[in-house]
Structures are given as structure tokens and as C-alpha cells.
Design a protein. Structure first.
Length: 432
């Protein structure tokens, strides 16, 4: 088994030549393009997908390899997951050759070999550069081709940085140098994810509202913060992909996701000092300024500013960049129970909302939109232990936000009255 650690970027097609020229200036070993044919397999019931597993056969120059990728962690475009590769003599599955620990119950399911079938394929040319960064050996791969499923297909134009030997921090360091070039967009949507979407009928992708954050029952405050930042980054990544595809309102959701990053940092600001995230917040400001200017989606999405900001957030998460700024007191607090932290802060945010909107504000509601948005985001991040009860409570505040944004004066007063009259749904509120 190998531990696959790679960072993925989508490349703007008009920037491929300039990118290739830049990569050729790096001191390293260059490999000419090789055609890679890949067939991905699945059962009619999506058994592999449901178990977060990916199965493929890859062919190149008459040689074949069977690969199984299993559950790991994806942060931004950084994939960290176990991968099993087995050489095979012909393009036919030999599932019994995988070790037992690949399978969820420790053995190959009896009927799986008979049930799996080709689902989609990828056909692309891979050009590689092997470089040294710090103490690490890294493979840079430029993939150009397409993914196909039935009548549907989609272009592949990607850059992948894979750690062959060394430390993940060196992959991020190399990436920081590369994103100074325009035309790169850090993307978490893998070739397999796109293939599954095409195979399912290529339904139009739609915007997704931020939902209540779920964390493990005994999670620490630090784990809660990590989950919140990962949720914000996931929302950013997802809607940036939609913005690139010209989906309506996707840009608004990208900006909202960036706001969620800021609100998360503020929420945990009593433990993690502002100086820990100062550089990240500066990059967010630069990117927000660019996105709010009169530039096209392509210019904003593939700009060095956007790529650098998203990469900084990824690095902040992967390296836990806040830890170097914690004193002994903060280290103790961040190790405490997240649910207890959430209960305390739910009361504080609810009190701020009720105080702000206790009385009609006339023409001043728009001035309170930033405060309302920040508090709604915080409540979404804190309410996971009470999701069923939290949802209707939050809907009234979300309704008020929408009414203010759309200037529906009657609806504003309706939702304001409903929202401020709600009883707490969390513990330790003073009313339970």
C-alpha cells in the first residue's frame, strides 16, 4: 500500500503553453507525454462509491495496472489517501489479488467480482517533471484529454503535484511558487468524481446553501474549528467550479464561503490569536476585492491572487498553522470539548441577534446585514449537536436576511418578530 499525497489544479486551457514553458525552466527530470487509458468500475448499486473506494485499470505502453483508492482526507485540492497498485498482465480485474485490509469487512465480498462493470473512462496524455523541493521528491504531471461516460464527456486539463518522497510541506511550498503563474485553479473535483457525475446523467450542477456543521460527539474545540474551516473551503471550491461553468448565483456563494472562513476565524478568535491568521485574512481581502471588481469569472478564478489565497487556507489547515501561536492557556482551551464551547457561544450569538433586532429598524436594516450574516454563519457552525431543532430556529433568521436583501418590508417585520420570539434549543442557555 502507498499513501497517495497529491495536490490538484485545474489549468485554464489558454494557459497550458505558458505553464509548460515555465515547468521546463525547473531543474529536474522531464518525461515526454505518455497516453494513459483508464477504465473505472462500479456496481449497479454504487457499492464502491458508497464505501468511498475507487477502482480502475490503467493502461500505458502495453502495460496494465489495477488500482484501488480508499477513504482518506481531501482538503482543498490536497488529497491524502491510501492507494493499492497491482501490476496485471491484461486489462481484466483480479480483485482477489488485493490484500484483505482493502475491504471494509476484511475480505473480498463474495459477489463483488461478478457485479462490477465499467462505468466511465478517461483518456489523456500525461507529461511529467520530477523535481526536488526542500528534502522532497515531487512529480509534477500535466494531464490533457477527456473523461467519458456514455454519450457525455468533459475535457481534462489538470496539473497534479504528487509527493514521491519527503514531506507534504514541500508540496505546498512548490505549489506556492507555481500559483504565481496565472491560469491555475486549485480544484478538489477529481477525474473520478467528474466521471461519476457524467455516468449519473450529467445533471445540471446547482448551488448549495451552507448547512449545519456536524462534528463527532466528543470532538475537541480544535477539531470543531478544523471542521468549520474545511466546510468553508469545500463551499468555496464547489461554487468556484460552478462559477467557472457560468451557473447563476455561484459567485455570490463563493463570496459567502470566503465570508464563512472569516467568521470561523472570528468565532475561535478568543483562543487562536489574530496574528495566526493575519496573512490569510490579507489574502482573502485581496481576492474579495478582485472578485468584486469588474472582471470576468475566468480572470477572477484563474488569478494568482485567488489561487494563493485558497492555497494559504489549505496550508493553514494541513499544517495546523495556528499551533505555533498558542500559549499554554490557549492550548488547554483548544483541547476542551467542542460541544461545551458551542453551547456557550450559541447563547452569545443569539443574544447579539436579539439585541440588534429587538425593535424595528426602519431604513437601517441594510446596515445590519454583515452582523446578521456573521451570526447566522456562527450558529450554523455551532448547532450540529441539535440539528433537528436548530434548523427551524435558523430558518427564521435566514428568512430575515433574505427579506432584508430583497427589501421585502412586510416580510422583514414578520421574520424579525418570529426570530426574536424563539426559545433556545441548546443546553446551558439559562432557560433549560
Amino acid at each position: 500500500m502507498a499513501q497517495e499525497i497529491e495536490l490538484k489544479f485545474i489549468v485554464e486551457k489558454d494557459s497550458v503553453d505558458a505553464l509548460r514553458q515555465h515547468l521546463n525552466t525547473l531543474s529536474g527530470e522531464h518525461h515526454e507525454p505518455v497516453q494513459l487509458l483508464n477504465i473505472y468500475y462500479e456496481t449497479p448499486e454504487n457499492w464502491l462509491r458508497r464505501h468511498d473506494m475507487g477502482l480502475r485499470i490503467r493502461g500505458a505502453n502495453g502495460a496494465y495496472e489495477m488500482t484501488m483508492k480508499i477513504a482518506g482526507r481531501v482538503v482543498g485540492g490536497l488529497h491524502q489517501r491510501p492507494e493499492y497498485n497491482i501490476d496485471i498482465s491484461k486489462p481484466e480485474l483480479e480483485l482477489d489479488r488485493f490484500p484483505a485490509d482493502v475491504w471494509p469487512e476484511g475480505k473480498l465480498p463474495e459477489t463483488l467480482s461478478a457485479e462490477v462493470r465499467p462505468l466511465f473512462s478517461t483518456d489523456f496524455w500525461r507529461e511529467k517533471w520530477l523535481v526536488t523541493e526542500g528534502k522532497s521528491r515531487i512529480e509534477i504531471a500535466l494531464d490533457l484529454g477527456e473523461v467519458k461516460a456514455g454519450e457525455f464527456q468533459e475535457p481534462i486539463c489538470e496539473l497534479e503535484l504528487e509527493l514521491l518522497e519527503g514531506d507534504t510541506s514541500d508540496v505546498l511550498k512548490l505549489a506556492r511558487k507555481l500559483v504565481n503563474q496565472s491560469g491555475l485553479r486549485q480544484g478538489s473535483l477529481s477525474k473520478a468524481a467528474r466521471g461519476y457525475h457524467l455516468a449519473a446523467g450529467n445533471a445540471p450542477r446547482v448551488v448549495k446553501e451552507t448547512t449545519v456543521l456536524r462534528v463527532a460527539p466528543k470532538a475537541s474545540v480544535e477539531q470543531g474549528m478544523e471542521a468549520a474551516l474545511e466546510l468553508a473551503l469545500s463551499q468555496w471550491q464547489y461554487h468556484e467550479e460552478l462559477w467557472a461553468r457560468n451557473v447563476k448565483n455561484a459567485k455570490t456563494h463563493v463570496l459567502a464561503a470566503m465570508g464563512l472562513v472569516r467568521h470561523t476565524l472570528a468565532l475561535f478568535g478568543g483562543i487562536v490569536p489574530r496574528k495566526a491568521s493575519a496573512h490569510l485574512r490579507d489574502l482573502l481581502t485581496q481576492t474579495e476585492t478582485l472578485m468584486l471588481s469588474d472582471v470576468s469569472a475566468q480572470t477572477a478564478i484563474y488569478s494568482p491572487q485567488t489561487a494563493t489565497a485558497k492555497l494559504a487556507l489549505t496550508e493553514f489547515l494541513v499544517t495546523r498553522g495556528w499551533r505555533a501561536f498558542l500559549d499554554a492557556k490557549a492550548e488547554a482551551k483548544i483541547a476542551e470539548n467542542f460541544k461545551r464551547f458551542a453551547d456557550i457561544h450559541l447563547s452569545r450569538h443569539a443574544a447579539e441577534l436579539k439585541t440588534t433586532f429587538a425593535y424595528p429598524l426602519g431604513d437601517q436594516y441594510g446596515d445590519q446585514l454583515p452582523r446578521l450574516s456573521r451570526n447566522i454563519d456562527s450558529m450554523l457552525l455551532l448547532s450540529g449537536a441539535y440539528e433537528a431543532k436548530a434548523q427551524p430556529w435558523l430558518e427564521n433568521w435566514q428568512g430575515l436576511k433574505h427579506a432584508i436583501e430583497t427589501r421585502q418590508h412586510i416580510e422583514i417585520e414578520h421574520y424579525r418578530n418570529e426570530a426574536i420570539s424563539q426559545e433556545p434549543f441548546w443546553l446551558h442557555s439559562g432557560k433549560r
